[in-house]
Design a binder for this molecule. Structure first.
Ligand code: GTP
Length: 597
């Protein structure tokens, strides 16, 4: 296809504004799939994605479109992940395009992720086409939302297309606008191959499949390609396009988007953003801005039943095949036994992995409190990255600790503003900006990420009755008065419950934890002190009083089989208990104590 007849575009939108519905319509209108094939929502293929209605892995479809000018066009729609945790993947998908459809729900208006996503598109110089969706709804206010797009985002919305992705109304106009308003790609067919690695995933039949955008040159079957960042060389087995059915083609030229397979074993070898070139005739320099994605949130994941450890290891290995940004390494905890320390791109990423482990692999898991990565500056001048509170060095060797800070944008109807400001202030937030667009307020705060991984989303939802939208990115690391808080049960530290907290928050968090544990740990024959401590200093304390009656008395006398049954029951129950010194703590207690509420 000649360059002038190619258009590469993405759809950017806030969650639920109709991105997937519009994508499905575009596929249907251009005839990429039969109605029966359309039934399964195509772009969001993973079960969990469909259920949660969020896009995790970017996918691509090639649409063939005959425009009103009589010419045949190839339109490549690149799906972008919709959530803030996957910012880097969004930005790479966007940089494979020349334009973007900005979809805004005409009954809702601009939301926090509309802004975050459209600014990313503007940052990589894309032409933006505003599209107002859901105009079939009685609550739709297209004119108001157009004004809001101009006010808040600062782009011309006078020619915004009004559509209903649900009924199909206006969808043909979107196709025409893609052809007439978005620029075609540029590139040099005779130059050495230079391609952007947009995405990769594991396919049980094909192995790793790599999605590429060709910048210059030609990609063909049988070529030896080099991943410039990974410094790995592969022989290309197959080159193709996704319609969205995988269809092999002879070659991919400049401006085109397609996939390659090359006997690659793990997606970890194919980092998003890497540059692919011809090993025999390499391009002189890779594309700018390549950075491997790094996990920012860590937690421990342990099997409830110790016998599931090997199954858990295998399940994690399988998930990692398809998700190079998920990390794990073995960890042991005195309280929870053998498990893994895991790294994630953010909280949603953590939740998705945990749910998939539980659901797809049928595992019962305990997740410890999420922690961010701290930079510990030692007195000897060295710096260590701390992923696990249990590894905190002796405080006398620490000069200072730095923690990641974020810039958060929150949008909500103004009646909830008071509660939102209070929440941000409680979380050590620093207000940067407060503006109004109609009756919606937009606040920008700087916040320590450590305060956000601790139940911030849930609190935000509850103070705004679900109407607030939220987006953030990490900006920098700042020194903070951070300490390790330990929890002691019967004078023994319980490693799984220790956490890094800001000194000002320690009392509150310590008290909360002790009160919770007091209700969760069953009484024993003796008194059990439950304490929270920083270093050797106790900051909160509860005491669990002793049991007075001897429960085993019941077992005397009576018939033998009943007695045996009771003992069997006890044995079952014991399996679920963790022995802690002389104290037995039920598994449930850990789960509940670690559960953020
Ligand atoms: P993510 O995948 O989470 O990013 O969401 P999305 O933006 O892809 O939204 P999706 O297409 O899943 O649509 C969200 C909801 O809005 C669904 O229940 C759709 O049926 C509904 N919806 C989408 N377009 C329209 C429309 O034009 N009119 C009406 N009434 N509902 C729509």
């Amino acid at each position: 296809t000649p360059l002038k007849n190619i258009r590469n575009f993405s759809i950017v939108a806030h969650i639920d504004h109709g991105k997937s519905t519009l994508a499905d319509r575009l596929i249907q209108v251009t005839g990429g799939l039969t109605n029966r094939e359309m039934k399964e929502q195509v772009l969001d293929s993973m079960e969990l994605e469909r259920e949660r209605g969020i896009t995790i892995k970017a996918q691509t479809v090639r649409l063939n479109y005959k425009a009103k000018d009589g010419e045949d066009y190839v339109l490549n729609l690149i799906d972008t992940p919709g959530h803030v945790d996957f910012t880097y993947e969004v930005s790479r998908s966007l940089s494979a395009c020349e334009g973007a459809l900005l979809v805004v729900d005409a009954s809702q208006g601009v939301e926090a992720q509309t802004l975050a996503n459209v600014y990313q598109a503007i940052d990589v110089n894309l032409e933006i086409l505003p599209v107002l969706n859901k105009v079939d709804l009685p609550a739709a206010e297209p004119d108001r939302v157009k004004a809001q797009i101009e006010d808040v985002i600062g782009i011309d919305a006078s020619e915004a297309i009004e559509i209903s992705a649900k009924t199909g109304m206006g969808v043909p106009d979107v196709l025409e606008a893609i052809v007439t308003k978005l620029p075609p790609p540029q590139g040099d067919r005779d130059a050495p191959l230079k391609a952007l690695l947009v995405d990769s995933w594991y396919d049980p039949y094909l192995g790793v499949v790599v999605l590429v955008r060709i910048i210059d040159g030609v990609l063909k079957k049988g070529m030896r390609v080099r991943m410039m960042g990974a410094k790995a060389v592969y022989l290309v087995d197959q080159v193709g396009v996704s319609t969205p059915k995988k269809t092999p083609v002879d070659e991919l030229g400049p401006g085109e988007i397609g996939y390659l397979t090359a006997q690659i074993k793990e997606v970890a070898d194919t980092a998003v953003g890497d540059t692919i070139t011809d090993d025999r005739r390499p391009c002189d320099k890779p594309l700018a801005g390549f950075k491997p994605s790094v996990p920012v949130v860590f937690c421990g994941i342990f099997p409830v039943d110790a016998n599931d450890f090997e199954d858990l290891r295998e399940a994690m290995g399988k998930l990692r095949l398809n998700d190079a940004s998920f990390e794990f390494e073995m960890e042991t905890s005195a309280a929870l036994g053998f498990g893994f320390r895991c790294g994630f791109l953010g909280l949603l990423h953590l939740e998705i992995i945990r749910e998939r482990l539980e659901r797809e692999f049928n595992l019962d898991l305990i997740t410890t409190a999420p922690s961010v990565v701290y930079d510990i500056h030692m007195t000897d001048g060295s710096v260590m990255e701390l992923h696990n509170p249990a590894d905190m060095p002796d405080p006398v060797r620490i000069d200072h600790i730095e923690e990641p800070w974020i810039k958060a944008t929150i949008m909500a109807p103004d009646e909830y503003l008071g509660g939102i400001l209070k929440l941000c202030e409680e979380r050590r937030g620093i207000q940067q900006d407060l503006t109004y667009a109609g009756s919606r307020a937009m606040v920008v705060y700087e916040l320590p990420l450590n305060e956000v991984v601790f139940d911030f989303y849930d609190r935000l939802k509850s103070v705004s009755k679900g109407y607030a939208s939220f987006d953030y990115h990490i900006t920098d690391h700042r020194a903070g008065d951070l300490v390790k808080m330990q929890v002691l049960v019967n004078d023994e530290p319980v490693d799984a419950l220790s956490m890094i907290v800001h000194r000002d928050k320690a009392d509150y968090r310590g008290r909360g934890m002790c009160e919770k544990l007091k209700d969760l740990i069953p009484r024993h024959q003796f008194k059990i002190p439950i304490q929270a401590a920083i270093g050797g200093r106790v900051i909160a304390r509860e005491t669990l009083s002793a049991l007075r009656k001897d429960v085993t008395a019941k077992c005397y006398g009576g018939d033998a089989s009943r007695k045996r049954k009771l003992l069997d029951k006890q044995k079952e129950g014991k399996k679920k208990m963790r022995q802690f010194g002389r104290v037995e703590i039920p598994q449930e207690a850990f789960i509940k104590a670690l559960k953020i509420d």
